[in-house]
Design a protein around this ligand. Structure first.
Ligand code: GRF
Length: 271
């Protein structure tokens, strides 16, 4: 059976409330996306996202990053199956000028990632979907999943990238006084929120809105967009265009693409 006929297997990583995870659970359960969530994992215990997965009968695991970030980095480094210096050269997320400080942080992050890989790999995910996963991802993690020349790690970011990368997309958009906010779904690369863009949509920021109102509008778009992107991936409609010396881009090969854009626009004004 080809991947178009079968369902994509998703691993979803969360750090908080997990409303995107919930939207994916609802849509996959209703048979509205060509995917199933085979595992969920969180970077900390006790979050609502985990409870949502458990309630849906999805295997839910915790890899406690907080604990890893406190451990002896030299002990952790010995257990890592990779050349830390090489990963440091490839990464563009940690910018501490002091080499040892940078390596310490990298080793701790990679050790937590090794634990995530060991946790989710047995479920054989086709894609790893970051859905409010508030951790930097290193090239060690990406190299593991981006096999056979395919990009397999996706993130949703609540701003119109490349504007406002980082953890506060809604707040940054609002406090800058933007008249349009945006949502971006992208493949993850070695930088922070800098990977090839798969989908974007915008919502209006109207006079009288506060940041919570903007977030409400944006989140409604997020839920629609994540499911749509997964359907495009399942249908093989996300073409990755890579050329030496140029940024990697994607093209969506869906004849319905303009209508999808239009429906997102309508959604943005409907709440
Ligand atoms: C979303 O706004 C997502 O774009 C961002 O983190 C938030 C997660 O929300 N990366 P939730 O946990 O899915 O409710």
């Amino acid at each position: 059976m080809s991947k178009v006929d079968s369902k994509l297997r998703l691993a979803v990583l969360v750090s908080g409330g997990g409303t995107n995870l919930q939207a994916l659970i609802d849509r996959t359960r209703a048979g509205r996306t060509a995917a199933e969530i085979v595992v969920a994992a969180a970077d900390r215990p006790g979050i609502q996202g985990l409870a949502r997965a458990e309630a849906a009968g999805i295997p839910a695991h915790v890899v406690d990053y907080g604990a890893f970030l406190k451990q002896d980095w030299e002990v952790l480094r010995r257990d890592l199956p990779v050349d830390v210096e090489e990963i440091d050269r490839a990464q563009n997320i940690l910018h501490q000028p002091e080499r040892e400080e940078r390596l310490k942080r990298l080793v701790r992050l990679m050790s937590a990632e090794a634990a995530i890989i060991a946790t989710i790999e047995p479920y054989r995910p086709d894609y790893v979907c970051l859905a409010g996963f508030m951790r930097l991802v290193t090239p060690f993690f990406l190299n593991h999943f981006n096999r056979e020349g395919r990009l397999r790690v996706i993130n949703i970011h609540p701003a119109l990238l490349p504007a406002f990368p980082g953890q506060h997309g809604y707040e940054d958009t609002f406090s800058y006084g933007c008249k349009w906010g945006g949502i971006t779904i992208h493949f993850v690369d070695e930088g922070e929120d800098s990977g090839p863009i798969i989908a974007q949509a915008v919502y209006p920021v109207l006079p009288g809105d506060d940041v919570e109102k903007a977030r409400q509008r944006g989140l409604q778009l997020e839920y629609e967009m994540y499911a749509q992107v997964i359907d495009w991936l399942a249908a093989g409609q996300v073409e990755v265009v890579a050329a030496a010396g140029h940024r990697t881009r994607t093209l969506i090969r869906d004849p319905e693409y303009p209508r999808v854009m239009e429906s997102w626009m309508r959604k943005a004004f409907s709440c």
